[in-house]
Design a protein around this ligand. Structure first.
Ligand code: ATP
Length: 362
């Protein structure tokens, strides 16, 4: 068993001719057998990372390792990696069997072996019996599964998926999320999935890399990223949040909304300006109480499971609250929250900055 991570990026920069860098000094590791998601807005460099792993393009500087060996110059067809593209890139003139068998025929496998492998791949994606169907006779979800079967039949170590669900309607998309996740667990192959949909990323991944402007802003499990966003970008991108300015008066004490609150963070300079995040579902409505956050209700929308209530505090901060309690527009209420619900962020700090700060502190 190889103890090396299956993929490692070491300070990888990618710059297309004459343009600004698309990826800047990006470093990360991918462990075998897990489900990773690259999440970020359009143009942040997600597809470029996939293309570098697949071998469709080379880094401008830095190294890419596969099982501990540098693979910067290894061509795509020599890598144990298969890609499932957004438009599936199936061959319309070939039937389902021939689409899946295509790579195996190029490798000149024996006929009986090809048949056995295609059958097995079809079984994995629940398409047994569809061998002789034409691609145009298949639905969007079925085409998706053919594309996945075509990738897994080559027994790659990694499957790259570039926004494979974006062409599907919402219901099918949700079904395919379950299917893909389950398939990855059954196969035990490393999946690297690209999406700009944060809910999809949270639902499916073992680990998420949040990217913007060619930098990994944060990496971690879905709960890490949701509960402990490292900066405004991540907090804003992953779900709804209240982000307000404040200052850290000392370790474990922050000031915002005209009051001082205990928190679980430290390691910043005394009185350093910060931003704090509290998720709308972490705020609880109470009567107005001394020492608690006091707000005035501005609007209230019923969302079926909860009310979405927008309030403002005496320093002008807006607070979004998700609550099953109904309130009255214009009334003054108190907001309480657990100490752990406060997340302190430095302005614009990325994960690497954060690590450097902690190192300097300890
Ligand atoms: N071959 C190329 N030549 C020049 N610029 C490119 C090339 N490929 C990508 N880019 C640029 O690199 C940046 C990152 O592109 P990339 O496709 O990696 O982003 P992305 O996060 O996958 O975006 P999307 O979600 O829209 O696919 C974009 O600004 C894009 O225009």
């Amino acid at each position: 068993m190889n103890e090396q991570p299956i993929i490692r990026f070491e300070k990888v920069t990618k710059q297309y001719q004459g343009d600004a860098a698309v990826l800047r000094d990006v470093s990360f590791t991918i462990e075998r057998g897990r489900f990773y998601t690259l999440l970020g807005p359009s143009g942040c460099g997600k597809t470029t990372i996939l293309r570098l792993i697949a071998g469709f393009t080379e880094p401008t500087s830095g190294n890419i390792y596969f099982n501990g060996r540098v693979i910067n110059h290894i061509p795509a067809n020599k890598r144990q990696v298969n890609t499932v593209f957004q438009d599936y890139a199936l061959f319309p003139h070939l039937n389902v069997f021939e689409n899946i068998a295509f790579g195996l025929r190029i490798k000149k496998l024996k006929r009986a072996d090809i048949e056995a492998k295609v059958k097995e791949a079809l079984r994995f994606v629940n398409l047994t019996g569809y061998e002789s169907r034409e691609i145009k006779e298949m639905s969007g979800g079925q085409r998706q599964r053919v594309a996945i079967a075509r990738a897994i039949v080559n027994e790659p170590e990694i499957i790259l998926l570039d926004e494979p669900l974006s062409a599907l309607d919402l219901k099918l998309r949700t079904e395919m999320q379950y299917e893909l996740r389950e398939l990855q667990q059954r196969l035990g192959i490393t999946f690297i999935f690209v999406t700009h949909d944060q809910e999809e990323a949270l639902a499916m991944s073992d680990e998420i890399f949040v990217l913007s402007e060619g930098i990994i802003q944060q990496s971690g499990t879905p709960t890490d990223i949701y509960d402990e966003p490292i900066n405004r970008f991540v907090a804003d991108f992953i779900g709804e949040s209240n982000i307000v300015a404040g200052k850290m008066t000392q370790d474990f004490l922050v000031e915002f909304g005209g009051r001082t609150f205990e928190c679980v963070d430290r390691g910043l300079h005394p009185n350093e300006p910060i931003e704090i995040v509290i998720r709308p579902e972490d705020l609880e409505i109470t009567a107005v109480q001394q020492g608690k956050l006091q707000v005035q209700v501005e609007t209230q929308l019923f969302r079926g499971v909860h009310y979405e209530i927008l309030c403002s505090d005496e320093t002008g901060n807006k607070w979004l609250v998700h609550s099953t309690k109904k309130v009255v527009v214009g009334e003054a209420i108190g907001l309480t929250f657990e100490t752990e619900a406060i997340h302190v962020m430095r302005f614009g700090e990325s994960e690497e900055d954060f690590d450097r700060r902690l190192e300097a502190y300890s």
